[in-house]
Ligand binder design. Structure first.
Ligand code: ADP
Ligand code: MG
Ligand code: ZN
Length: 628
């Protein structure tokens, strides 16, 4: 469907933009005045002494004067050299006549044939130059402002287009994204399929009195495919689709956000049925009055208010559906979630095993795979990864294969790519023999506790090759997708994380700084157990800590504002858990010292042990993993 040419926006409509424009104009003029008053006189008129003036008059060298009270301005007939300490010849001058002078000045002037006060003596400058000098700075500032405006709005047409929306209509030349490109998030997809169907054949829905949702909010962690899904809707819907990122409303220049919103909705209504997609809605949709930021708050609120007004303004059957996406539904202004606004909410969860497999299938459609590659195996080794991670994994594997001159991507390419992504790239540094031994025991401590504890995540890899910040790694990942975490499992995680340090203590009797990351992890788990998950008897089942960061699946409210004594109790409970776990870690390692030594020896010999090797060294069966 073709859109009518965009209406020329009446200049007076973007009120905010205009008010700001006037302010800039005023400021520019003020600056201008300052500059002119600072420079013009000093540059034009040269101050000379009254006696010098009388001397020049006697020499018949005064052409014209204008007299104002005691100040005399004038020009010489012939420019005078070396006057008032000037190096260049002086043509125009100014002087003060002493108040007590009783000479007959005007008489003398007229006698000498000087032109008196006919008009202000010309400084010999041309008109355009005068304008430039006097108004140049102001003009520069005004033009600079207009230029910025045009860049900000990306529009042509100067002031008239200030505040124009530049939402993207679906580009007919770009490759269309369809629902077939979206996998593994079937419930979310299903809901949007229904909305697309409504747009395609509204009559069927209206006949039975069904109402289209006005706003649909896609929410989920980053990388789960929100933007992708919205683009798929655009590709399928066959109606005009306006896409804009909320951050663009308020970037660059303040004061145009609200009018851009208005313009966007005007365009959409003109070609209804249509879809407006606002990505990263939280950029404008944060709760009003929350958070600190200077300047931007006002702007954001105005923009948000305008979105709300627009959404209230059209009736349900006008055929404009507003789609929005956010990673942070928790910070959204409640007004956005009220009935009649974003009343349909679709949650995109990280994909499960089957979902990951389907997503990998979508992304390997154009990638030649070796026969040994099984998508289910890759899916099984990537718990917790979202669509964007998997797309990246496929790409890294393809790069790896190309670098190794493989004609097809092999399983080894995939596992190495995964390792690189999860563990970081290997670092080429030489460790001293002492450091290697220490690292081998440290990692063996982690690995052994991971293998010996019932219910812990299986140990997939142990290595003493330095990567990123770490000198070695022990990589564990869950056997199945985990949805809830038990207290026993969390304690096991803490015990495992303390295992590296405990092993160093047992074997070497002293400590190094190498356990920093482990301790951060330990503290974070213990804190959440006590403060958010009610796993401490002394605190009880209340939430006393705010969530550290947005964490999908563990949404808590604001929590109890903890009193000083509660906070101390939290601290001591965290300490109690960590102390207890440290003791357990030390006990287990001490009683399996032989296994610890054996594992460390093998690591020193081979540098890296994979899952099968590691479990073989300690004489345990490899735990089963779902999907294999
Ligand atoms: P979000 O907007 O939720 O942060 P995106 O939609 O930008 O995530 O996803 C980034 C990329 O990850 C997509 O372009 C796509 O290549 C891939 N991706 C994410 N989710 C999926 C999915 N469900 N199916 C297929 N590809 C996906
Ligand atoms: Mg996105
Ligand atoms: Zn460690």
């Amino acid at each position: 469907m073709a859109a009518p040419p965009p209406k020329q926006e009446g200049a007076g409509r973007s009120v905010v933009g205009w008010r700001r424009f006037l302010w800039v104009l005023l400021a520019a003029l003020a600056v201008n005045l300052l500059i002119v008053s600072l420079f013009s006189d000093r540059d034009g008129w040269v101050d000379v002494s009254y006696s010098e003036f009388v001397q020049q008059l006697a020499d018949d060298n005064i052409a014209s004067v204008s007299i104002e009270e005691q100040t005399i301005k004038g020009s010489f007939r012939v420019a005078v050299d070396g006057l008032a300490g000037r190096s260049n010849p002086v043509r125009v001058f100014r002087t003060e006549r002493p108040a007590f002078a009783d000479d007959d000045l005007v008489g003398d002037l007229l006698k000498k044939g000087v032109l008196v006060d006919a008009k202000a003596p010309s400084k010999g400058t041309s008109w355009p130059l005068v304008i430039l000098v006097n108004f140049g700075p102001a003009l520069l500032i005004v033009f600079g402002y207009l230029w910025l405006m045009r860049r900000a709005t990306g529009a042509i047409g100067g002031i008239a287009s200030m505040g124009k929306s530049r939402a993207l209509r679906g580009d007919p030349h770009a490759k269309r994204v369809t629902f077939a490109d979206v996998a593994g998030i079937d419930e979310a997809k299903g809901e949007l399929v229904e909305i697309v169907d409504f747009l395609r054949s509204p009559a069927r829905y209206l006949a039975v009195g069904a109402r289209a949702p006005r706003g649909v909010l896609l929410m989920g962690p980053p990388g789960t495919g929100k933007t992708l899904l919205a683009r798929a809707v655009a590709g399928e819907a066959d109606v005009p689709f306006f896409s804009v990122s909320a951050a663009e409303f308020i970037e660059m220049i303040v004061g145009v956000g609200a009018s851009r919103v208005r313009d966007l909705f005007d365009q959409a209504k003109a070609v209804a049925p249509s879809i407006v997609f606002i990505d990263e809605l939280d950029a404008i949709g944060r709760a009003r009055g929350a958070g600190v930021s200077f300047g931007g708050v006002d702007e954001r609120e105005q923009t948000l208010n305008q979105v709300l007004t627009e959404m209230d303004g059209f009736s349900a059957n006008e055929g404009v559906i507003v789609l929005a996406a956010t990673n942070r539904p928790d910070v959204l202004d409640p007004a956005l979630l009220r009935p009649g606004r974003f009343d349909r909410r679709i949650v995109l969860n990280p994909p499960d095993l089957a979902g990951r497999s389907a997503i990998i299938a979508v992304h390997t459609k154009t990638v030649p795979l070796a026969d040994d590659v099984h998508l289910d195996d890759i899916a099984a080794s990537t718990p917790g990864m979202v669509g964007a991670d998997l797309a990246n994994l496929v790409n890294e594997a393809a790069l790896m294969a190309a670098r190794r001159q493989h004609a097809r991507v092999t399983t080894a390419d995939f596992t190495d790519a995964l390792e690189r992504i999860v563990l970081g790239a290997e670092r080429k540094i030489m460790l001293t023999e002492d450091d290697r031994r220490r690292t081998a025991y440290h990692e063996s401590g982690h690995a052994l506790l991971g293998m010996l504890q019932e219910g812990a995540d299986p140990v997939r890899k142990v290595s003493i090759i330095p990567r990123g910040r770490a000198l070695g790694v022990t990589f564990q990942s869950p056997a199945t997708d985990r949805y809830g975490l038990s207290e026993a499992y969390l304690r096991g995680r803490i015990i495992g994380a303390l295992g590296g340090r405990a092993a160093e203590e047992i074997v070497f009797g002293d400590l190094t700084s190498g356990a920093e990351v482990d301790l951060e992890q330990v503290t974070s788990i213990a804190r959440q157990m006590v403060g958010r998950w009610g796993m401490s008897h002394a605190i009880g089942p209340v939430s006393v800590l705010p969530e550290p960061e947005f964490d999908f699946g563990f949404m808590t409210g604001d929590g109890l504002a903890p009193s000083e004594s509660t906070r101390q109790l939290v601290d001591s409970e965290i300490r109690a858990i960590v102390d207890d776990c440290h003791q357990r870690a030390t006990e287990i390692l001490r009683s399996h010292r032989d296994l610890l030594d054996r594992l460390a020896d093998q690591l020193l010999a081979h540098e890296t042990l994979d899952e099968a090797d590691a479990y073989a060294v300690v004489g345990l069966p490899v735990p089963p993993t779902m999907g294999r």
